[in-house]
Design a binder for this molecule. Structure first.
Ligand code: FAD
Ligand code: SF4
Ligand code: SF4
Length: 487
């Protein structure tokens, strides 16, 4: 093993080929290629096989990274794939869109002096290669069980839980209000980060494994939670968080000020070949416009980069903290800068200025105020305070608000006042199981933890599936139904 590994001393870090910024600006194709096999093997061999692998500790799924890196370096790709998928239902998706600089790679021990092992890119390679070789198979339960699980929401949390429950033999039904499955993987995250074909491939695999999808089915409209509880033996709520935070500033009602998610969803739909009237009318299209995006998270980064690709005249990102204190991935900021986005750090909007009268008023300018960092708040993040007296004006035809999301009022929507939620609307659960206040009802993903990451949603989905299995096994035992022992 030793002669294959530990190559970080002589071999520099090399990401897969990244397309030139000028070319990237023209289309919505993923910006990174996948490694060629020899490059993946070489880069995997840079790993120093730490006794205490901090990469693994800081992967929310606890992926066995050092072992699958070693197997890759040794050319044992099928084994590497088996190991990678043992802890992750979508390794090729996490490899593409996890903010590795904050997770596994950010804690790689060689990061400081030699630059991290390119864990995400190798993970993506292993699974893409496995698909090409036909090694990725639908789940085949050892036996069919007479109990069913209903999953509300087909985002990564719901999909991961669906696969884990189906693997154990349950009849799994996934309900989603959208026409396509995948949640934010399809309608939020742009295809230059995650090709939609990659998501569709996973959905097809789940369907081939016997998961039954119900698209266009909205719980709260097409059925109440009580209806679904009567239909299934256990329920998982994995509905994500979709209530956009807003800013109440003078001029906030002007035309041309829009929310991030409808904008990104429209762009994704166009890419998928759908017709979107609001895009055709120009409402959700940045072409030829001076665009200002407000916010500093992943959603804001996706908006600025989408606007560039739509042919905006200029794209400016306003963020009230500085670069070091932004919530978005540093890697994404670098990509945006390469693509021509201007970041105006330590700046917050204080009014929108416009032209026209009555309902026809249109945004023309964002009036903003410079900020300075202040003492951290209760959450530990740097606080901010306005610098009085100064203000600046940024011309704009389109303003996109990307200020984060809160949960919708699910007890009201689902007609279930007994569902206990926290002050921010996320569902209260037992941390070790994801069990809610209602018997047999569990929660996972953003609706459990607040707006977060795909990899955390997958972890929640897996944990909830294990807890649902224990619950169902106990229930089956009470009814003397056949069921494998809970594990
Ligand atoms: P979602 O993916 O939101 O899925 C929930 C599903 O539930 C949706 O399909 C919805 O239609 C459905 N649903 C909701 N209500 C109902 C109902 N009443 N009835 C039926 N169905 C319902 N994370 C990363 O790790 N990397 C990134 O690069 C990244 N980029 C992001 C970019 C954007 C623009 C956004 C908004 C988020 C991004 N995230 C990213 C975060 C990540 O997408 C989420 O944390 C993750 O998708 C949460 O998964 P989930 O399954 O909990 O919910
Ligand atoms: Fe890193 Fe995400 Fe893969 Fe874990 S799942 S190893 S955090 S890229
Ligand atoms: Fe390898 Fe880095 Fe993980 Fe250590 S921390 S095992 S060097 S990937």
């Amino acid at each position: 093993m030793a002669e294959k590994m530990l190559r970080f001393v002589t071999l520099p870090q090399a990401m897969p080929e990244k397309r030139a910024a000028g070319q990237r600006r023209q289309d919505f194709t993923e910006i990174y290629a996948t490694y060629a096999r020899d490059k993946a093997q070489e880069q995997a061999a840079r790993c120093s096989q730490c006794g205490v692998p901090f990469c693994q500790v800081h992967c929310p799924l606890g992926n066995n990274i050092p072992d699958w890196l070693r197997m890759t370096a040794e050319g044992r790709l099928e084994e590497a794939f088996e190991l990678a998928q043992a802890t992750n239902n979508m390794p090729e998706i996490c490899g593409r869109i996890c903010p590795q600089d904050r997770l596994c790679e950010g804690h790689c021990v060689i990061e400081k002096d030699f630059e991290a092992v390119t864990i995400g890119a190798v993970e993506k390679f292993i699974t893409d290669h496995a698909f090409e070789q036909g090694w990725v198979k639908p789940v085949r339960p050892a036996r069919e069980l007479p109990l069913s699980a209903g999953i509300i929401g087909a985002g990564p949390a719901g999909l991961a839980a669906a696969e884990e429950l189906r693997r154990r033999g349950y009849q799994v039904h996934v309900y989603d209000r959208y026409d396509r499955m995948g949640g934010l993987l399809v309608y939020g995250i742009p295809s230059f980060k995650l090709d939609k074909a990659v998501v569709e491939r996973r959905i097809r695999l789940l369907a081939a494994g016997g998961v039954i999808f119900h698209p266009g089915f909205e719980v709260g409209r097409d059925a109440s939670l009580a209806d679904l509880r009567a239909r299934h033996d256990a329920i998982l709520i994995a509905t994500g968080v979709y209530r956009a935070r807003d800013i109440d500033l003078p001029g906030a009602g002007f035309g041309g000020i829009i929310a991030a998610l409808p904008y990104l969803t429209a762009a994704n739909r166009i890419g998928l070949g759908d017709r979107v009237p609001e895009h055709e009318s120009g409402l959700l299209d940045a072409r030829g416009k001076r665009v200002v995006v407000i916010g500093g998270g992943d959603t804001a980064m996706d908006c600025v980069r989408t606007a560039v690709r739509q042919g905006a005249d200029s794209v400016t990102c306003l963020y009230r903290r500085d670069r070091a204190n932004m919530p978005g991935s540093a890697r994404e900021v670098r990509h945006a800068e390469e693509e021509g986005v201007v970041f105006t750090w330590l700046t917050a909007p204080q009014a929108f200025l416009g032209r026209g009268r009555g309902r026809g008023q249109k945004i023309t300018c964002v009036e903003a105020v410079p900020m300075r960092l202040a003492a951290p708040g209760p959450g530990g993040r740097a606080g901010v305070a306005a610098i009085p007296g100064a203000s600046l004006h940024i011309e704009a035809d389109l303003v996109i608000k990307a200020l984060g999301f809160d949960a919708e009022d699910l007890p009201l929507l689902f007609g279930e006042p007994g569902l206990t939620v926290r002050a921010d609307g996320t569902i209260s659960v037992r941390p070790e199981t994801g069990a809610t206040s209602l018997e047999g009802v569990f929660a996972a993903g953003d609706i459990r933890r607040g707006a977060s990451l795909v990899v955390w949603a997958i972890r929640d989905g897996r944990e909830a599936a294990a807890a649902m299995h224990r619950y169902l096994a106990a229930r089956a035992a009470a009814q003397a139904l056949p069921l494998a022992a809970a594990s």
